[in-house]
Design a protein around this ligand. Structure first.
Ligand code: 13P
Length: 248
């Protein structure tokens, strides 16, 4: 099944208003590559100002709370993110699973809360180096997928991002064979969990040290439908070639 390539920047805890020029420049590149869906998940403080400048790119958030409202100091609901201008949200990034101790059940609940507000969701999975070295990476990631996948998961609102923790920000990426093997396994598990129709339409992104030099090879892998990009999404100069690589 033909799936539109999806390339999303995750700015993490980077970006002040001074960087809105980069949002504008990336949005302009996105506009000239209509065949690729491009997004930028900026810090929540930038969502409102970035959404007016993003051109052909959508603006997303990096997390949302699973509840609609309440006594959760410092947290943001899906409705708040949507009102600010986000149309998507990342859930379950490994940095949040580690730093904020988010469980897969939390991640599934966050995804459902986002969907209830009409936000699209990018759900992250990935194994540690220890798990990779023990030969259990595929089992681990498939279990994590089964535990994190929200009820009613559908290709029209949910994408998966496979991000091996040991490849994030390290410059070290899996071999193309390892990426191929993992993405095929994720696709197969999705078929078991939600049926072939939804599974074959769902984008499965790769993330972890994607850059201008490796993007073309990674995006050429059959079950890779784009990328979730950290460091190399912070400037148009670095992100532009990755968008171009996805355009083929
Ligand atoms: P890097 O591209 O900086 O390795 O980050 C990947 C990532 O964690 C995206 O969510």
């Amino acid at each position: 099944m033909a799936r539109t390539m999806l390339v999303v920047g995750n700015w993490k805890m980077n970006g002040l208003k001074a960087q809105l020029g980069e949002v504008e420049a990336i949005g302009a590149i996105a506009s000239s590559h209509a065949g690729v869906e491009v997004g930028l998940c900026v810090p929540a403080t930038l969502i409102a100002s970035a959404s007016g400048k993003a051109g052909g790119a959508f603006i997303g958030a990096q997390d949302c709370h699973q509840k609609e409202s309440g006594a959760h100091t410092g947290c943001l609901s899906a409705a708040m993110l949507k009102e600010a201008g986000a149309t998507s949200v990342i859930v379950g990034h490994s940095e949040r699973r580690t730093d904020q101790h988010e469980t897969s059940a939390d991640v599934a609940a966050k995804a459902l809360a986002a969907k209830a507000e009409g936000l699209k969701v990018i759900l992250c999975l990935g194994e540690s180096l220890e798990t990779r070295d023990s030969g259990k990476a595929i089992d681990f990631v498939l279990d994590q997928l089964a535990a994190s996948l929200p009820e009613g998961a559908g290709a029209d609102w949910l994408s998966i991002a496979y991000e091996p923790i040991w490849a994030i920000g390290t410059g070290r990426i899996p071999t193309m064979e390892q990426i191929d093997e993992m993405h095929s396994a994720i696709r197969g598990k999705l078929r078991d969990l939600i049926g072939a129709g939804e599974a074959d339409g769902m984008r499965v992104l790769y993330g972890g040290s994607v850059n201008a030099d490796n993007a073309k090879d990674i995006f050429a892998i059959a079950d890779v439908d784009g990328g979730l990009v950290g460091g190399a999404s912070l400037t148009a100069a670095k992100f532009g070639p990755i968008i171009e690589a996805a355009a083929g």
